[in-house]
Design a binder for this molecule. Structure first.
Ligand code: SF4
Ligand code: SF4
Ligand code: FES
Length: 257
């Protein structure tokens, strides 16, 4: 087994401010960035704050920026870096720092609460719902989300624009709207109300997304957020808005209520 010493540069500080601190830390074969951060914490910086849980890429809590790229620390192998390269670890930039590598991600929970949940169809009892396998499979991809919020962090709409946070749900939650929009039993628009695609546009800021695909690039679950969720949602929002028959039908339905 080979061992070497890596130069780590880690952001230390809190909401009041902070700076990068340099450390030389031992690295062994097969280790990931989170192993090195734990060794650093155990040997040189006992008060270093870091959030983690599963160390298996499944809990979504060890999100950070490594050499400027949003990544899971537990899934980033040290072998992807040159041995002489400095590895810089900083907290997620889009969210307020609590301390060191820990950020306050409550923005995301607030956005999750803004999306109305599945509306069951009338006249069908629980246990009697039936879906075609093709519909089940379509949304299955979105269910792989581990809520690491790397996509939310990387999206340029909020990354450097605090002022957009009020109006924009972010890719993770627009994907949630897309999933509901694709659900054949969701009755949110029954009775002439807005469709999920319309509310994505009007209430959750879908129009801010210019399909740059940066969210897709950082997703550790390799979910095709842009191609399979955001673009289809945009297409349906536009179809509905600009199809004169759909528009007329929705007006008549609303008047008839
Ligand atoms: S594709 Fe849309 S949601 Fe994803 S990062 Fe780009 S602007 Fe943000
Ligand atoms: S969609 Fe991917 S990047 Fe975004 S929160 Fe879920 S797992 Fe993380
Ligand atoms: S510790 Fe759970 S995803 Fe990294």
């Amino acid at each position: 087994m080979s061992t070497y010493t890596a130069r780590f540069r880690v952001w230390r500080g809190d909401a009041g401010g902070g700076d990068l601190a340099d450390y030389d830390v031992e690295v062994n074969d097969g280790e990931v960035v989170l192993d090195i951060i734990h060794r650093l914490q155990a040997t040189q910086a006992n008060d270093l704050a870091v959030r983690w849980n599963c160390k298996a890429g499944k809990c979504g809590s060890c999100s950070a920026e490594i050499n400027g790229r949003p990544r899971l620390m537990c899934m980033t192998r040290m072998s992807v870096f040159d041995r002489g390269e400095t590895v810089t670890v900083t907290p997620l930039r889009a969210f307020p720092v609590v301390r060191d590598l820990v950020t306050d991600v409550s923005f995301n929970y607030a956005k999750a609460r803004e999306i109305p949940s599945f509306v069951p169809p009338e006249g069908v009892a629980a246990g009697e719902y039936r879906m075609a396998q093709v519909d089940v499979e379509r949304s299955q991809e979105f269910r792989k989300c581990i809520e690491c919020f790397l996509c939310q962090d990387t999206c340029h709409v909020v990354r450097d624009h605090e002022e957009n946070k009020g109006a924009f749900a972010g890719p993770r939650f627009l994907m949630r709207v897309a999933e509901l929009d694709m659900h054949p039993l969701d009755a949110a628009a029954a009775g002439g109300g807005p469709t999920r695609a319309e509310s994505a546009q009007d209430d959750h800021g879908l129009g801010y997304c210019n399909i740059t695909k940066c969210c897709t690039e950082v997703c550790p679950e390799h979910i095709h957020i842009t191609d399979n969720a955001l673009i289809p949602l945009k297409e349906r929002a536009v179809d509905r808005k600009y199809d004169p028959l759909v528009w007329l039908g929705s007006k008549i339905r609303r008047r008839g209520q």
